[in-house]
Design a protein around this ligand. Structure first.
Ligand code: NAG
Ligand code: NAG
Ligand code: NAG
Ligand code: NAG
Length: 264
């Protein structure tokens, strides 16, 4: 997947131009941003992530290095709890209250613009925490009705990337007591779909890919900081298939019930 990576880098120039035209008065200084990521293994994808981070001068702290991964495989089942446990432990060690944390997957992500651009877009989102978005609901599609509607873009939360003020993120994960293989995405989803928590914690989704861009089928845009490639996109495809199977099963079942009723 080298090609999209290069493509995105070439976009940075344009993005930089657009940020010149948009200087904000109370900008968050770039040194307030800390990138946290979990990588138990040094995969090629992870090295690519680090190269892109270095290119843009992001400050990155890698969590879970050398640890055994017990968070599931994403492809067949939910998982990722281990990431939340590691994040929680890391945040407890950070004493400053004014930092901005970007927590992001690193095996299949590259940066496509710098910290300044990212912070500007974060500030424009006018929320304390911004999650990446997905077009499919996962892992529990029965929660769909509880999701607020969006006028444009993706409606569902993705836990592959989020950014926010450190006190809000600490608060958000304070109740995490899950297993290593519990779903991080379900954990964050349940917080997000709770209207009171969504409001108090001041969470929103990046529904229009302004901060987090999924590369899968979206190569025409360059308004992004982090782009997904590879495994996660493949996982998403698997989920789509699985979801279609589930829907078909439900549909068959409904049909059976209707038929039974008609026959009786
Ligand atoms: C890179 O980031 C460090 C720490 O935030 C900062 O001191 C340094 O000036 C930055 N360098 C460039 C080239 O932006
Ligand atoms: C969310 O926080 C921003 C400031 O970061 C504030 O302007 C906005 O009113 C808050 N929204 C809610 C719903 O509390
Ligand atoms: C954490 O748990 C407490 C006690 O059940 C609850 O009042 C609070 O809303 C929870 N916080 C979050 C962010 O889920
Ligand atoms: C999750 O891990 C626990 C042990 O910590 C195990 O008993 C359980 O079967 C695992 N669940 C899945 C879905 O792999």
């Amino acid at each position: 997947m080298n090609h999209p990576f290069l493509f995105l880098l070439s976009c940075v120039f344009l993005c930089a131009l657009s940020s010149l035209a948009n200087s904000e008065s109370q900008r968050i200084p770039e040194d307030k941003l800390l990138v946290l990521t979990v990588a138990t293994k040094e995969t090629d994808g992870f090295r690519r992530f680090l190269r892109s981070a270095k290119h843009f001068n992001y400050t990155v702290k890698v969590l879970g290095r050398g640890e055994e991964w017990r968070g599931g495989d994403y492809m067949s089942a939910p998982g990722g709890g281990q990431k939340v446990r590691l994040l929680k432990a890391a945040l407890l060690e950070i004493k400053s209250e004014d930092q901005i944390i970007l927590f992001i997957d690193s095996y299949d992500v590259v940066f496509a613009s710098g910290p300044k651009e990212l912070l500007r877009k974060f500030q424009q989102a006018k929320h304390k925490v911004v999650f990446s978005s997905e077009s499919l609901i996962w892992p529990d599609r029965h929660l769909e009705d509880k999701y607020p509607h969006v006028r444009e873009g993706n409606r569902f939360l993705g836990s592959g990337g989020f950014i926010g003020y450190i006190p809000s993120i600490k608060e958000m994960i304070t109740n995490w007591t899950g297993e290593e293989n519990d779903s991080d995405q379900l954990f964050f989803t349940k917080i997000y779909i709770d209207p009171a928590k969504r409001k108090t914690l001041n969470i929103t989704l990046d529904t229009k890919y302004r901060l987090f861009q999924n590369l899968h089928g979206a190569l025409g845009e360059c308004l992004n900081i982090a782009a997904e490639t590879g495994d996660r996109a493949a996982g998403r495809e698997k989920r789509r298939e699985r979801r279609e199977d589930e829907e078909k099963r439900d549909e068959d079942r409904r049909r059976e019930i209707t038929q039974d009723r008609e026959e009786n």
